[in-house]
Design a protein around this ligand. Structure first.
Ligand SMILES: [Zn+2]
Length: 345
């Protein structure tokens, strides 16, 4: 893409209230059968049009066709029993009742490929599709079968690669893997996490992104963040490994976060998708605030490698707030883009 400082959201947007309960994660669908299928497509039309109208360069699905960024993918796999539930600690942070892996995992048919094909028809701009990363998938399951986090992650990586290749084949330009678990399980990241992620991205011509964050603005995450001290240096563990990896772009949070900006220097040479929008606050950033965050990043990343983005998904926010934040993001990026163009002329 030729645009300097292109804009792109990380993941979810609020769903229309006729499709699912607003401002709720895991919100159940309000439609079913053919009406649900049609409703999901209408929601994709709406989020694509809003992103274009508000100046977003890379168009995402806003997770309009899934209930949850990890579980919806897993629901489509064989080998996982959603009736056999166990309580496990998620991200080492909060307890949740999760399904069990009871046999060899496989993907009997594509999961998001039809949805991606539909999104492709809605815009001529580049489109991005997000999938969960292998480590984050195993972190939301109880494993009775493989009895090895590494083995199960490797199986999921192969399955994700099948899905990613088919997404690419229907015209997805950028494939993103969401790995919030990379900010928690540092030994696993080093031992097999980055290798499993590279396996998931193997052979893709599409640009690849890994998104690592401190989570949605929900209570369990906010409480955890309060324990992390004044400087959040978790990225220091994964960034050196990712800098040497085959992944093209690293997506991280920055706006109102305690992540020291100079940590992105570790990634020099990679593209950086920088969160310049806080998803844990209902206050819409001013364009100048967004511009200021992007300007500070430019000390540590080359301008042609910076993508302006959100910290994480925006599903839990009121819809008008989330859309306002899209406009602020593109307006802020435009300010810095014009400054750079002015300096070069
Ligand atoms: Zn995130």
């Amino acid at each position: 893409m030729n645009t300097l400082l292109p804009t792109s959201l990380v993941g979810s947007l609020p769903k229309p209230s006729w499709l699912a309960e607003p401002e709720t994660l895991w919100s159940p669908w309000k439609l079913d059968g053919d009406q649900l299928a049609e409703g999901k497509q209408d929601a994709l039309r709406v989020v694509a049009a809003e992103q274009v109208r508000r100046g977003i360069d890379v168009i995402s699905d806003g997770e309009q066709t899934r209930q949850h960024f990890v579980t919806t993918f897993i629901e489509h796999l064989d080998g996982v029993d959603f009736a056999q539930r166990e309580t496990v600690r998620i991200r080492d942070r909060y307890d949740a009742s999760v399904p069990s892996v009871v046999g060899a995992v496989s993907r009997p048919k594509p999961v998001f490929v039809d949805d991606a094909r539909f999104l492709r028809q809605q815009t001529d701009q580049p489109i991005k599709w997000a999938l969960p990363g292998p480590m984050t998938m195993i972190d939301t399951l109880y494993d009775r079968h493989y009895k090895s986090r590494e083995k199960l992650a490797w199986e999921f990586a192969g399955i994700l690669n099948q899905e990613a290749r088919e997404l690419e084949a229907v015209g997805v330009d950028i494939i993103q893997f969401d790995e919030p678990a990379f900010n928690v399980f540092f030994d696993d990241v080093r031992d097999w996490g980055v290798a499993a992620l590279e396996r998931a991205a193997e052979g893709l011509r599409a640009e690849t992104v890994v998104h690592i964050c401190y989570g949605y603005g929900i209570k369990a995450n906010n409480d955890w963040k309060a324990t992390l001290g004044s400087e959040w240096r978790q990225y220091e563990e994964s960034f050196p490994l990712l800098q040497r990896s085959s992944i093209d772009t690293i997506s991280l949070e920055s706006q109102h976060s305690h992540v020291p900006m100079d940590l992105i220097e570790i990634l020099r040479g990679k593209k950086v998708m920088l969160g310049a929008i806080d998803v844990a606050s209902e206050t819409v950033e001013t364009p100048e605030e967004v511009a200021d965050t992007l300007r500070r990043a430019l000390t540590f990343v080359d301008a042609d490698k910076l993508v302006a983005s959100t910290n994480c998904g925006m599903a839990p926010l009121p819809r008008d707030v989330a859309l306002g934040k899209l406009s602020a993001l593109s307006a802020g990026a435009r300010i810095v883009r014009e400054e750079i163009a002015g300096a070069q002329s």
